[in-house]
Design a protein around this ligand. Structure first.
Ligand code: GAF
Length: 403
């Protein structure tokens, strides 16, 4: 059993005087396809080995008691009177999931839940979806209910959008719940169809934390989304194009005069990024990591220049990485404005890559970066033994096919 779950089961029993049932959800890193999910675009994330554990046991007073081991704090809520009352506090994430699952019609009675995790916060590795999915799995287990992957992911997104107040998309809860070991997930965020793509054994995925914190729930992420939506509105009004995904660069160009410079550039990033995800899938299918890496580098430039969502430290990490001979490609990953880079490197030289990157980053910025060599891991569904939700037969039916 994973250590974070073992420890949480033990501390839950000590704290609440009852054995609990344990659930676990991973973090994720996005290989390519950034800020495309909320426009119905394409993304290619994978789950990674950081985890959140949720341990739950019943109580008879009708209350929901959440304990966060990370914050060493307990919050109690009356389930019957739970409204949308975010407090700007860690407990908004699990309380939001409770609120969302109640809206979904899941009958949830009193419980105590312990949450604990090792996902770095504010690093762009989706600590929030990891908490949400672990909470949702625990609540469903407690209620003796289950939801298909799609509804569970949408339920978590609703918690984050409407309860927490962060305008995030579907990518994170979907991959955190539905990922499969040894595979990256190409997800079509419009149809929610996906392909599970093997990564060549000759490469490693290295995640490097710039140590500059970002938070999706605060300003800049929402500003970018507003700029994109303003651009989409022009395309809709002028050309009847409902989703940015269905526009061409020529359509966008035709509407340029009616958009702000920012909206035009943000929309251009999304259109070129969707095309890069399609090309990246082809590269992966042919195990052409040189091509895959150069698409990552282009994606980073687009995030930096058109989407204006990078920062000097993250740019420095990418510059250092792509100067290393063992690195195929590197880019900012996640919401942006700090957080992590994702790097594809030759397996046999991964440790050497990490040492050189950390040394040079410290020299240039004075910051010690945390770097992790990551394996594509199972999502919460597979970890909870719900493989049927994503078994190969269903996967064939759900395959993205030709995009
Ligand atoms: C954050 C959001 F939560 C995702 O939905 C996605 O938009 C991502 O930023 C950017 O690709 O992780």
């Amino acid at each position: 059993m994973v250590r974070v779950l073992e420890d949480t089961l033990r501390s839950h029993a000590q704290r609440f005087g009852q054995e609990g049932r344990g659930y676990i959800a991973p973090a994720r890193v996005n290989l390519i396809g950034e800020h495309t999910d909320y426009t119905g675009g394409l993304v290619m994330p994978m789950a990674i080995g950081f985890q959140t554990a949720g341990v739950i046991s019943a109580r008879t007073d009708g209350r929901a008691v959440f304990y966060s081991a990370n914050f060493d704090e307990e919050v109690a809520i009356e389930i019957a009177s739970l409204g949308r009352q975010p407090r700007g506090h860690w407990s908004d994430y699990p309380a939001g999931v409770l609120w969302s699952l109640l809206l979904e019609g899941v009958a949830i009675e009193g419980f105590s839940m312990s949450l604990a995790g090792d996902v770095p916060l504010g690093a762009g590795l989706s600590s929030s979806a990891s908490v949400e999915v672990a909470t949702a799995m625990a609540l469903l287990g407690h209620a003796g209910a289950s939801l298909p992957l799609e509804r569970l992911a949408k339920g978590c997104r609703r918690a984050e959008n409407e309860y927490v107040g962060a305008k995030s998309g579907i990518m994170d809860p979907f991959v955190v719940a539905g990922a499969v070991k040894h595979r990256a997930m190409l997800l079509d965020c419009r149809s929610l169809q996906f392909d599970l793509l093997p990564l060549p054994e000759s490469i490693r995925v290295v995640v490097c934390n710039s140590m500059v914190k970002h938070a999706v729930a605060t300003g800049e992420y929402g500003d970018r989304r507003d700029e994109v939506e303003a651009g989409q509105a022009v395309l809709r009004d002028r050309l009847g194009i409902q989703l940015l995904r269905d526009s061409t660069l020529a359509n966008l160009e035709a509407c340029r005069e009616e958009m702000t410079t920012a909206s035009f550039a943000r929309c251009r990033h999304i259109l070129t990024e969707n095309a890069r995800v399609i090309a990246a899938r082809e590269a992966l299918l042919q195990a052409d990591m040189i091509r895959f890496g150069s698409l990552m580098v282009e994606a980073h430039a687009s995030m930096r220049d058109d989407f204006a969502a990078s920062c000097p430290e993250v740019d420095t990490l990418v510059e250092i990485a792509i100067d290393q001979t063992e690195c195929f490609g590197a880019r900012m990953t996640g919401g942006g404005f700090g957080g992590c880079t994702v790097n594809i490197v030759q397996a046999e030289n991964a440790e050497q890559f990490v040492s050189a990157l950390r040394r040079e980053y410290a020299t240039r910025t004075g910051i010690e970066a945390d770097c992790f060599v990551c394996e594509p891991s199972d999502g919460a569904f597979a970890l909870a033994g719900q493989e049927r939700a994503i078994n190969s037969l269903e996967h064939e039916n759900r395959s993205v096919g030709s995009i």
